[in-house]
Design a binder for this molecule. Structure first.
Ligand code: GDP
Length: 365
């Protein structure tokens, strides 16, 4: 399964946020595989559509989608040179599919900042630079090899040499690979190069308790937004401290607590959903009297492979998918109503699944 790694400088609130995630996960979960790595947290993806479907279908149980986070503590300046436990942490980042970068935007004189003051721009660039330096090192050998091949007359590697030079130029300016624009051919080549600074990122701006409920965004959050906008990354404002308190509450208490603060949704919920999308994931539903369930697939998945997430037999014996969109299902009062209006489609093996599809698969055993 795909997972997102939580990174950031020391003392920015990573563990506090990660604890909130594992708390929230532990609350809701009864996973058979629950005794996993303490650095991995599995949480449910909040999705209001599940509740609405359940009210219509009255299933025995509701099963939400989940998303996995990995706590990658300990990334410090100099990591790419092996300082601290540098290389180990970089190798952990290599294994994740997306990055949640926690940035300190709260002032608190009791919590030391490793660099002495709050400066989100500097902090983000510090972490990014470590990723860039690691990437620089990892393309060096390859670059030497293909440059040699090109010189000896192997024209096939021209595109690769060009791409590596383009990357090197960016890295020399301290720019992440994420910031460049690539042709389709380059995109293909990139799949064969593992780059840390190319991984999709979202920024979790960790603000103080007071800031969370204030109407105006503080200057630190604005700095984060400015940087994020340059690379089309998303920013989610959270207060890790409050999230860790909320995560300990029961569902009904949680709602009351949020309303007291004048919020309708917790920052953690928004963060979880944003991470789910950042990972390139989407949801389809099955809805019957036994259960209403959100299934997780990659964006761009076709019907037989979606069926395969339910059972391999469904994929192997796939005949057709009966599909109705979530909106049509709800508007027409359920499957029969949608069918009466001709809104239940029969789709074949080339059908590209859409987020929110409600599906019944037909298959041969
Ligand atoms: P990490 O080193 O990035 O994992 O940071 P921690 O989660 O251990 O947090 C460092 C310190 O900052 C702890 O004392 C936390 O209680 C405190 N902290 C974390 N988030 C917040 C926050 O949103 N507001 C305030 N005031 N303190 C926070």
């Amino acid at each position: 399964t795909l997972h997102a790694g939580i990174v950031g400088l020391p003392n920015v609130g990573k563990s506090t946020l990660f604890n909130a995630i594992t708390q929230a996960g532990a609350e809701a979960a009864n996973y058979p595989f629950c005794t996993i790595d303490p650095n991995v947290g599995i949480v449910q993806v909040p999705d209001h559509r599940l509740g609405i479907l359940a009210d219509m279908v009255h299933p025995d149980r509701i099963v939400p989608a989940t998303v996995e986070f990995v706590d990658i503590a300990g990334l410090v300046k100099g990591a790419s040179k092996g300082e601290g436990l540098g290389n180990k942490f970089l190798s952990h980042i290599r294994e994740v599919d997306a990055i949640v970068h926690v940035v300190r935007c709260f002032e608190d004189s009791n919590v030391v900042h490793v660099e002495g003051n709050i400066d989100p721009k500097r902090d983000i660039e510090t972490i990014e630079l470590e990723l860039v330096l690691a990437d620089m090192e990892s393309i060096e050998k390859r670059s030497e090899r293909v440059t040699k091949l090109l010189k000896s007359g192997d024209k096939k590697v021209q595109a690769e040499v060009d791409l590596l030079n383009k990357l090197k130029e960016a890295f020399n300016e301290g720019k992440s690979a994420r910031r460049l624009i690539y042709t389709e051919e380059e995109e293909e080549l990139l799949k064969t190069i593992s780059l840390l600074s190319l991984k999709p990122v979202l920024y979790a701006a960790n603000v103080s308790e007071e800031e969370l409920t204030s109407n105006e965004e503080n200057k630190y959050v604005r700095q984060v937004r400015e940087l994020a906008a340059q690379e089309n990354s998303e920013v989610v404002v959270v207060c890790a401290k409050i999230e860790s308190e909320i995560a300990e509450l029961e569902d009904n208490e949680k709602q009351a607590f949020l309303e007291d603060l004048g919020l309708h949704e917790s920052g953690l919920d928004r963060l979880i959903r944003a991470a789910f999308h950042l990972l390139g994931l989407m949801t389809f539903f099955t809805a019957g009297p036994m259960e209403v369930k959100a299934w997780t697939i990659r964006q761009g998945t076709k019907a037989p492979q979606a069926a395969g997430t339910i059972h391999t037999d469904f994929e192997r014996g796939f005949i057709r998918a009966e599909v109705v969109s979530y909106t049509d299902f709800v508007e027409k009062g359920g499957l029969n109503g949608a069918r009466d209006k001709g809104l239940v489609r029969l789709e074949g093996k080339d059908y590209l699944m859409q987020d929110g599809d409600i599906v019944h698969f037909r298959f041969n055993v």
